[in-house]
Design a protein around this ligand. Sequence first.
Ligand SMILES: *[C@@H]1O[C@H](CO)[C@@H](O)[C@H](O)[C@H]1NC(C)=O
Length: 317
Amino acid sequence: MASKAVLSLSFISLAAAQAAVWGQCGGIGWTGPTTCASGTTCVRNNDYYSQCIPNANAGTTTTASRTTTTTTTTRTTTTTAAAVQTGWEEVIGEGSFNSFSSFWNYLYPWGSDHNGSARMKQDKVSTSGGVLTLRADRLSSQDGYSTANPKPAIWYWSGAVHAKATVVINDQFPNWEIRGEFKAPTSRGTWPAFWLTGTQSWPPEIDILEFKGDTTNWFNTFRSSSDVSTTKATVGNAASTWHQYRIWATKANANDVTVHFYVDGDWKGQHNAAGFVNKPMWIIINLQMEGSSGSPGPGGSTTYQAQKVYVGRSRTY
Ligand SMILES: *[C@@H]1O[C@H](CO)[C@@H](O)[C@H](O)[C@H]1NC(C)=O
């Protein structure tokens, strides 16, 4: 009996020392686990954040190894680094809503409240047949105030989700494609979004889909609160018909990222995301209400749907 108790105790401490899939496993200032659950690999996103990526997502196309040779008059040393997989890799595949909890979390990364009159609730999020549905319902009485600026009165309960994976554009991952198909509400007071925002600071922010109560999609890149690039695209039947909203982001130089924006494969514009290199970002899909989209919003229910959301990146080492 005594040896059995010791055995199970050692199992517990072993499990506690490993980060779960998508969990943080390293970075400056990190004091938690630095090894990953089986079937996952600790991948460095940047100096501050490494996370456990499923092996299946960790790159498949080519295998490269780097060789460094140092020659002096007296000796030659050859060092071959461990083989690494490079090439294009999928971070979130088009079927992610079929295994929601492997790829997505409920709410915003910081909780339930943000800049409009909707408070997010898990039960306003549903998935069926690979489609994510967020539903906003008008409340019969006010539910206090948002805890986030500008602290509007809460008049809706609605849905938000954020990806477990984060986006960081750097030497290791210099190219990213992020896209999805959406049916986005366009009536006054509805404020759907598919967007990226900094995990450690604001900015960076890149809005891939943002309708503010009409049929104009706002592609925005926030370099600061007053330094913003916007490309507008009219999508007349955005609410009733699936349309694809897409960005392609490339590391342009040591500090800056170039972002290209597309609707249904048509290029709409490009922004200089100055200073976005090595700034990790959350991926968020949310149905906010009122705020910048006008008020009053709808008296009944509003839905916002997403499918075939895809995130992929190139890996150079
Ligand atoms: C409000 O949130 C949306 C995403 O829902 C974001 O695109 C926008 O930049 C935010 N606006 C302000 C003024 O905070």
